[in-house]
Write a protein that binds this ligand. Structure first.
Ligand code: AMP
Ligand code: MG
Length: 281
């Protein structure tokens, strides 16, 4: 058992049977400590994550095709950017493959919705991060009926199939759906309007989107119910406490990397011989 966790994070955040509309967004499932401890642990566990990621990268350089892909979903202000900065920020950037998905460009719209996703999949050895993903195509698209139901409805099965292929090709998916309360979102949006250094994160449409909150919760529920699979389960993350969300995602990534049973790649040269040559050089 990981220190200061009463159950493994993968159990604590499991989506099975969970009613997202009833989620206590300020809860800290499985974690027995407080904010101060969580912040200390984030540093300590960030170092553990960093070593594991370096092993993944080293193996990738030696031809291992496996990779890990963190998929972050969540409404505006849920803290996706904070995860990228504070969790992914603790590892070596050369092994990170980050992609953010916004409103599709004109070119992207001419293609199948998975086209831009396929192009961004992590290569062997990489820790991929998706800030939003193919799931927008059953979230914002469903909520605003950007395409008719007959078009988005089959996407759940299609996404499951797509992710099965990814898994087969060596990508370990870590799918995290982050939730703050409507009140917490209001606070965070207010901050974006009160601080000059946060204006860049604000989009006036974020306020309009608040009216669609119940529709989003419904769409998120359908997403989790229909695309949580044995190989690629969803984790539902209460995110009012940033310190908890960041620590929890760190633990989820550590868990995924540990399951790869990575070791340092062996030398593909004769170490003793090279030492002898070095001495003589
Ligand atoms: P942000 O993450 O704040 O930069 O915002 C990106 C915006 O792009 C969000 O409002 C998303 O809902 C929107 N978005 C992402 N993917 C799609 C998509 N496939 N179709 C329509 N809007 C999307
Ligand atoms: Mg935004």
């Amino acid at each position: 058992m990981v220190k200061h966790w009463s159950v493994p994070v993968t159990e604590a955040l499991k989506a099975d049977g969970l009613r997202i509309a009833e989620l206590a967004t300020s809860s800290t499932p499985g974690f027995t400590g407080d904010k101060k401890l969580a912040q200390e642990l984030l540093t300590e566990r960030g170092k553990a994550l960093s070593v594991l990621q370096e092993k993944l990268y080293a193996n990738g350089r030696s031809g291992d095709r496996r990779s890990v892909l963190l998929v972050l979903q969540g409404m505006d202000t849920a803290g996706k950017g904070g995860i990228v900065r504070h969790v992914i920020g603790s590892v070596d950037p050369q092994g990170v493959d980050h992609a953010a998905f916004g409103v599709p460009t004109e070119e992207e719209r001419r293609h199948h919705y998975l086209w831009r996703i396929r192009k961004a999949l992590p290569r062997g050895g990489q820790l991929g991060v998706f800030d939003r993903s193919h799931y927008e195509d059953v979230l914002v698209v469903r909520v605003h009926e950007l395409v008719p139901r007959a078009e988005w409805e089959p996407r759940y099965d299609e996404i499951n199939q797509f992710e099965r292929e990814m898994t087969r090709e060596g990508i370990t998916l870590v799918k995290v759906a982050m939730f703050v309360s409507l009140d917490e979102q209001k606070k965070r949006l207010r901050q974006r309007l009160e601080r000059q250094d946060k204006y860049w994160k604000f989009n006036p449409s974020d306020i309009d989107e608040r009216a669609y909150w119940p529709a989003y919760l419904e769409a998120y529920q359908a997403m989790v119910d229909r695309t949580s699979t044995a190989d690629a389960p969803w984790y539902v993350l209460p995110a009012d406490h940033k310190w908890y969300a960041r620590l929890a995602v760190t633990e989820l990534l550590i868990d995924a990397l540990e399951k790869l049973k990575l070791d340092w790649p062996p030398a593909n040269f004769d170490v003793a011989e090279e030492l002898r040559r070095l001495d003589q050089s």
